[in-house]
Design a protein around this ligand. Sequence first.
Ligand code: ADP
Ligand code: MG
Length: 643
Amino acid sequence: MKPQQLIAAAVAVAALVAFPVAVGNPYYIHLVETIMIYAIVLFGLDIVVGYTGQVSLGHAGLFGIGAYTAGVLVMKLDASLWLTLPAAIAFTAGFGALLALPALRVSGPYLAMVTLAFGTIIQILINEMTFLTEGPMGITLTKPSLFGHRLDETEYYWVVVVMLLASLIFVHRVLRSHLGRAFEALRGSPVASDCMGVSVYKYKVYAFVISAGLAGLAGALYAYSEQYISPNTYNFEQTVLFLLAVIMGGRKTRTGALLGATIIVLLPKLLDDLGLFRIVSVLLAVLVTVAVGVAYQRGKMTLKDAVIPVVGSIALAGLSFVLQTMTDWRLSVFGLITLFVVYYLQDGIVGFVRNALNLRGHGATDADEAAQMAPSGDALSQATGRGDGGTLLEAKGILMQFGGLKALNNVDLTIRRGTIHGLIGPNGSGKSTMMNVLTGIYVPTAGSVSFAGTAQAGRTSSDIALSGIARTFQNVQLFGEMTALQNVMVGLHHTFHSTLPEVALHLPRYLREHGDATARAIGLLRFVGLSDLAGEEARNLPYGKQRLLEIARALALDPQLLLLDEPAAGLTAPDIKELLAIIQKIREHGVTVILIEHHMDVVMSLCDTVSVLDFGQKIAEGVPAAVQADEKVIEAYLGGQAA
Ligand code: ADP
Ligand code: MG
């Protein structure tokens, strides 16, 4: 942190701590307490929604589980805070794993449905298990004791402040670690995550578990805060509000979560008080009109785009004077706000402000810091046994059938260690399919693959990646919202062995691993000539640079075998020259390469052996010159071009 940031944070914390003493009004103290508790839920929900990109409408249910864990423990066992909070975290985290199961199979609207059903089932269970939960009657409890002293309203508020800060630091550290990068990689490209040895399966569950633990903690704090819990608090409206708060505040920012929590706590209060609502909606209408007016003046908005928010906000203000009661309109107002946010503020309020002020995200500053560290040694470790000619990979009788189509038909492929093996053939001949079979993305209909003497059958993509096969993709599969440096750091995920507590507490092993990985990532970026762009988001890089970044990320796996799927496609001539030099250097480091390529000059100048596929069958194999002169090959290519 920079000194200014540190001072700002200290001032904010001091203000938060001093608030109850300064204000004294229990109503406002409770309001701010609720905002803090919701913020803890939102930190967790943002991990799932903002980082891994999954939808969850089950978080009100998880929040309820946390609340009831604390409530039941207090009611049945008179348990202390030291037991209830950890128990709520652990128990709810377990349910998080349960909620993650559907996320492994479905996504999008289907996942929303399933998680919604989960929330509903939890609510029904709480309602029906009267022996434990007192059913619809609810549970009444008092503020907890700490060190034999019963906390009053203000003291409990401070407990919540401590928990908020602890959660904030925990979440922040986790998200900036290899775990956070794994979560974010899932959203960017699940296939690429798996092929970087970051198991999508494992980290989806992990994200849901951490997220649920936070919801559980918040639920327990909420139970003490309200001093009464009943099943219908954890309903559909609540779960929609949580999601709305993340989207409105802005994904992937803690400030956004705090802002979102504030909005969803204050909004219902606003809708309960018609007088206040009228004032606020008029202010909003003025604000929107002025903001849109300025944007239009500066030519940042067309007239058509500008009219809708102005008319909409004025209509809302008008409506507030026509209506006699707002309570019945709550959900409609939420709906309108959601629509507005989705349409105009896709990155949430915080994202919008950042864009407007041209502030850079944290990733960029990270990379700047890292770039100043001078990495020592070579980025690529020397692979052992280079060029000894032994067999590294052997595929036998591969058949890959998609319905009636045989994309690969009885293909054998032998790759010798230390060579560059070209794989060529017309479009649709099965080259990429072969890559997908070799990396475990497709399970072949028949045939076997063995790598470094071990059979690959039954292994997942991420296992195969970790055993030493890295790849790039024909359609670039970068983690778009992550910086170039972070993309390479995902490839270095396998170098991290730190556990969650080590990450959260910044213990020495984690700090060492982080430092080493950062230095290596910078080294790899330098290797492909991208060190100046380390802090740039991958999606903003020019196409040619994206291809090079994919190679750097693949090399981060420290592979024995590197698969390059048309790395020169779409590149300009100077870029291709640069690429050639890089592939040459990779070979010099003893990494074996399979190269799919359409540029014949590239294939001819680099490859030791070339295999030719046509309609899923291997039609020729040998040294480049011989293959180029082969009748069948010429015919396949001419035929391909004619078609
Ligand atoms: P290449 O990379 O040589 O251009 P591909 O391996 O991408 O060719 O494709 C070979 C054939 O397999 C094509 O006809 C393609 O349509 C088909 N194919 C590839 N993947 C799938 C899939 N997942 N489902 C159905 N057909 C596929
Ligand atoms: Mg292809």
